[in-house]
Design a protein around this ligand. Structure first.
Ligand SMILES: Nc1ncnc2c1ncn2[C@@H]1O[C@H](COP(=O)(O)OP(=O)(O)O)[C@@H](O)[C@H]1O
Ligand SMILES: [Mg+2]
Length: 237
């Protein structure tokens, strides 16, 4: 078997707060392998977003060990975190997080602007990413001129622009109706088929049903880790 892309050992996250500090992760052990299509599930406040932010190098552990792609990243600097993040990880959020004054294509290009050296074929690449999510004919639209599902497609294209090995999505269907949510899940499933590792944070069981593995968090600990051979409930015939 491949080596894990993400490996947590005894992972703890404590948010220091006036009064009582919050222990959001209380000792998580988990290995996630390249090419997995995985849902992190659990009730509100169970630590899903915290785990995703730390796994995505947007935040760090308080205690324990985190290996990303075999490298110990438990206590690396913010600059080093940003460097790995920009090269290897794409993010999708519940509220899309598109810049209102930028066109769809400009939004997709944003993560590339941080790359050094700058890419020469910026526009070709962003067009290609928009094509992948079926949004090439909306490239010059502003976010306000797009539906929720279309905005999330643009956000997926933005997550794809740096050819990440890993995509992390925090409640990607949370602001969408059921039908549109299913379409977004189908898009993520097809990216999984292309070999990209996909981690989806959700409290929606239907979304969880679409993935191959589900990790259930409760009170900052893994309560259950389920795998299934074949994903189900995706593309309807
Ligand atoms: N930045 C923060 N500062 C303090 N407490 C936080 C912060 N982020 C999350 N928490 C707390 O940590 C716990 C886990 O939160 P979170 O990871 O957002 O859970 P979930 O995504 O499963 O709803 C909750 O009790 C929450 O209130
Ligand atoms: Mg959350």
């Amino acid at each position: 078997m491949d080596k894990p892309v993400i490996s947590f050992k005894g992972a703890k996250k404590i948010y220091p707060m006036a009064g009582e500090s919050v222990e959001a992760l209380r000792g998580v052990d988990v290995d996630i392998y390249p090419g997995e299509f995985l849902a992190i599930m659990g009730p509100s406040g169970s630590g899903k977003s915290t785990l995703m932010h730390i796994a995505g190098l947007l935040d760090s552990l308080t205690e324990g060990k985190y290996l990303f792609d075999g490298e110990d990243v438990s206590f690396i600097s913010r600059d080093k975190q940003a460097d790995i993040r920009n090269r290897k990880i794409g993010f999708i959020f519940q509220s899309f997080n598109l810049l209102a004054r930028c066109s769809a294509q400009e939004n997709v290009e944003l993560p590339m602007l941080y790359r050094r050296p700058a890419e020469s074929n910026l526009h070709e690449k962003s067009m290609e990413a928009l094509r992948t999510v079926g949004m090439e004919n909306r490239a010059s639209h502003l976010p306000a001129q797009l539906s929720g599902g279309q905005q999330q497609r643009v956000a997926i294209a933005r997550a794809l622009i740096n050819s990440p090995t890993l995509i992390m999505a925090d409640e990607p269907t949370g602001n969408l109706d059921t039908k549109t949510g299913k379409e977004i899940m189908n898009t993520l499933a097809s990216l999984h088929e292309e070999g990209i590792t996909i981690i989806i944070v959700t409290h929606d069981h239907e979304v969880g049903q679409a993935t191959r593995r589900r990790i259930f968090l409760r009170d900052g600990l893994i309560e259950r880790d389920e795998r299934q051979a074949q994903s189900s409930g995706l593309t309807s015939p």
